[in-house]
Design a protein around this ligand. Structure first.
Ligand SMILES: Nc1ncnc2c1ncn2[C@@H]1O[C@H](COP(=O)(O)OP(=O)(O)O)[C@@H](O)[C@H]1O
Ligand SMILES: [Mg+2]
Length: 269
């Protein structure tokens, strides 16, 4: 028995209104249940756009995007039953917590999704306490999210997804703007999701993520197409792919008084 496909994209393509060219061009890929995937690419290559197609926020302008065997389209997402089921299975941690967090307290924020899903209030209180405790946020529960540090905000946005315990986690540049300690925490968190069999798709240009936390990589090129795919090890060991996708760079620098240039792999500290 093969693994169950979570996402199946054939020629997934997107173009923002009023812009020429595609933000994402003819992407073909299959993501199976339990896969942990880094979606790599330089700024502007289309990573966030692809995540938004996977989350049913945008719709492919040609080809198709299937989730759990069903086509994601404007009309399928308008079907309440389908949309509720989809959103209970797929969680999206936005790059900027300020976009995701909008309620007056951390508690309200984390309670929002389970209340929306119609879960009974008493049960919601338990779920929220558990989520806050497991991320070490309980003592912040009455604080307004917009006054928290970047790391705390990231944890609150993760807690707000954790309450639904989705089987699929989409994360957009989750390690950006985190200090080293919080980044270490995030990597451990991602690894615990993977150990629990979750499907994880992380958009990033931070090569430490595939280096330590995900098994598979897809690379988006400057032409907004998939330029390479493989295991994390295969991709990270392929200097040519990384240079071409602007994920590593060469510049002159000095070792023992002698200047030369070689590619810099910043995930190796
Ligand atoms: N809201 C938008 N309106 C117009 N163009 C956009 C918008 N968001 C992104 N783009 C363009 O789409 C392309 C892909 O962007 P994006 O998916 O944000 O890339 P990444 O996340 O890899 O940095 C870029 O050329 C970007 O300029
Ligand atoms: Mg982005």
């Amino acid at each position: 028995m093969g693994k169950k496909a979570v996402f199946e994209l054939s020629d997934a393509t997107y173009n923002y209104e009023g812009t020429a060219g595609y933000a994402l061009d003819s992407v073909n890929l299959v993501i199976n249940q339990g896969d942990s995937v880094s979606l790599l690419g330089a700024n502007g290559s289309g990573k966030s756009t692809l995540l938004k197609l996977l989350d049913g926020l945008y719709f492919s302008v040609k080809g198709e995007v299937k989730a759990f065997g069903k086509i994601i389209s404007e009309s399928s997402m308008r079907d309440n039953k389908f949309s509720r089921d989809f959103h209970s299975k797929v969680g999206f941690v936005f790059q900027d917590p300020d976009v995701q967090l909008f309620l007056p307290t951390v508690w309200d924020e984390v309670a929002f999704a389970p209340l929306q899903m119609g879960i009974e209030k008493k049960r919601v209180r338990e779920i929220v306490s558990e989520a806050l405790n497991s991320l070490g946020l309980y003592n912040l529960k009455d604080r307004p999210p917009y006054h928290l540090s970047e790391g705390e905000k990231k944890k609150v946005s993760i807690a707000s997804i954790l309450t639904l315990d989705p089987e699929v986690w989409l994360m957009d540049e989750p390690s950006a703007s985190l200090d080293p300690r919080t980044k270490g925490w995030l990597i451990d968190f991602v690894m615990s999701l993977a150990e629990n069999g979750k499907t994880i798709i992380i958009a990033t240009h931070d090569l430490e993520i595939p280096y330590v936390a995900t098994e598979l990589c897809y690379v988006l090129g400057q032409d907004h197409k998939i330029s390479a795919r493989g295991t994390a090890i295969e991709i990270l060991n392929n200097e040519e792919i990384l240079l071409k996708a602007n994920l590593i760079h060469k510049h002159r620098h000095v070792h023992n008084g002698v200047a030369h240039a070689h590619p810099h792999k910043h995930w190796l500290f």
